[in-house]
Design a protein around this ligand. Structure first.
Ligand SMILES: Cc1cc2nc3c(=O)[nH]c(=O)nc-3n(C[C@H](O)[C@H](O)[C@H](O)COP(=O)(O)OP(=O)(O)OC[C@H]3O[C@@H](n4cnc5c(N)ncnc54)[C@H](O)[C@@H]3O)c2cc1C
Length: 417
């Protein structure tokens, strides 16, 4: 980006988009108390779908042709930032259902698959999720052991995935398995398929109002029409989904920090110790300043990453209109696509790495500002602290993102993982 472009950098939104964000804000307010209750009782918040469905958030970035609102990725990021203020738990539902659930279909599914799944998902009739991680293949999904083979007119999947967000309530998941030739392919699996089983993962440290599942494929039958994208290209599909996942986590992390700041400002302006308000103490102000720096720096990284992801999206959508076998063109190393993809990948990784580290630090500081009043899960800052532990691990653990960021700059031959 040149300096001339930078000086015109603008992330202004239209009145229509503002109206949408106000509705998202309304839905967040409507579920706030219930979300706290569900979190404390460790049960799935069953108001998310009806309340956010009413305002279209369940299909915010999905094309109008497939039942979504058709908003751009930046508007979706603004909405996730707002949702993040209610906590990573609530935001994780949207990451799983929309970012890595539906957006991967929007990018890679054929028209028939999109018609079959997206309108249902965007309206909340069907919940979606993303099943990549296995007990022995986390940061290195290429070492997965879930297998598929073609039997008659179907694929048969065998293996196990875990930590699948929304896995206990999903109607369909995208998943990834190795074929007899060792190449990984992507599939859409209906959860009522023969041989599919999902079991809730218990005793989590945080993210208590959404559920994660261990998912087993026991000779699970998947019809051939549910192959997602080109055979053997599953890992690049998964990695492209993770760009959207990381962006969603980073956007939500900005919201988490904003709520930590608001809570800390409110509390420090009413709590007195040693004869004056906490807000008058320089060491407390240092915590607040650090939160503000975290918010401001992360927010711009998220907006830049969203803009880069939008350019990638626009390029591919344009190609889809013009080139019938567009996936084959991308597989033949389309240079423009590669350059846009790498940029979106790098900026999403930078935003996720920075914003999640900042959010974890921010939540820790917020609990410190509250002292013992921030130590019970009834306090918002306590929940932010517990939930922010997960965000530095999932959607690419932060160590692995550092390696990715460096190797994208150095070139593939320096890949350290
Ligand atoms: C709450 C939660 C929700 C999740 N939701 C989903 C979901 O919806 N779908 C899904 O598929 N998965 C999901 N995951 C899984 C998540 O993506 C993985 O946990 C993550 O990719 C890390 O894998 P791992 O846990 O196996 O850790 P490992 O890969 O075993 O890593 C352990 C540690 O080693 C570090 N490490 C690994 N490789 C290297 C290296 N080369 N150099 C330096 N350090 C390294 C990691 O950074 C980490 O700190 C979720 C996880 C959690 C905790």
């Amino acid at each position: 980006m040149s300096y001339a472009n930078l000086s015109r950098m603008s992330f202004e939104i239209s009145d229509e988009q503002k109206g949408f964000l106000e509705k998202v804000d309304g839905a967040c307010r409507a579920i706030r108390e219930y979300e706290t209750q569900c979190y404390l009782e460790e049960r799935q918040n069953d108001l998310i779908v009806p309340e956010f469905g009413k305002v279209g958030m369940l299909g915010c970035p999905i094309s109008k042709a497939y039942g979504g609102l058709g908003y751009d990725i930046l508007t979706y990021a603004f909405a996730l930032e707002r949702i993040g203020r209610e906590g990573n738990s609530l935001r994780t539902f949207f990451s799983a259902h929309v970012s890595i659930g539906q957006m991967v279909l929007q990018s890679w599914a054929d028209d028939e698959q999109k018609r079959r799944y997206l309108p249902q998902a965007a309206s909340g009739k069907m919940i979606m999720g993303f099943a990549l991680t296995e007990p022995d293949a986390g940061s290195d999904p290429g070492s997965m052991t879930t297998k598929f083979e073609e039997v008659g007119g179907n694929f048969v999947l065998r293996g196990k995935k875990h930590w699948v967000g929304n896995g206990t309530m999903a109607g369909a998941l995208t998943t990834y398995a190795k074929g007899p030739d060792g190449r990984i392919s992507a599939f859409i699996v209906d959860t009522d398929s023969k041989g599919f089983r999902a079991r809730e993962m218990k005793d989590k440290m945080g993210l208590l109002s959404i559920k994660n599942a261990e998912v087993t494929f026991e000779d699970c039958i998947v019809p051939k029409r549910n192959l997602l994208g080109t055979m053997g290209k599953g890992l690049s599909i998964a990695y492209s989904a993770l760009i959207d996942g990381r962006l969603s986590v980073a956007a939500g992390a900005v919201g988490v920090m904003k709520d930590c700041l608001d809570e800390s400002m409110r509390y420090s302006q009413k709590r007195q110790q040693h004869g004056s308000l906490l807000a008058k103490k320089q060491l407390i102000q240092e915590h607040l300043a650090s939160m503000i720096v975290g918010i401001e720096s992360s927010r711009w990284l998220v907006y830049r990453a969203a803009a880069a992801r939008q350019r990638l999206h626009d390029y591919v959508e344009n190609l889809k209109e013009k080139v019938p076998h567009w996936q084959a063109q991308l597989n033949r190393e389309d240079r423009e696509y590669e350059s846009l993809r790498k940029k979106a990948d790098r900026l999403a990784a930078v935003a996720k790495l920075h914003a999640t580290n900042a959010a974890f630090d921010c939540a820790n500081r917020a609990v410190q500002v509250f002292g013992s009043a921030g130590y019970q899960k009834t306090a918002r800052v306590a929940r932010h602290f517990l939930d922010s532990r997960a965000i530095v691990i999932y959607e690419g653990a932060n160590e692995v993102l550092k390696l990715k960021i460096a190797s994208l700059e150095l070139g593939d031959k320096y890949q350290a993982y």
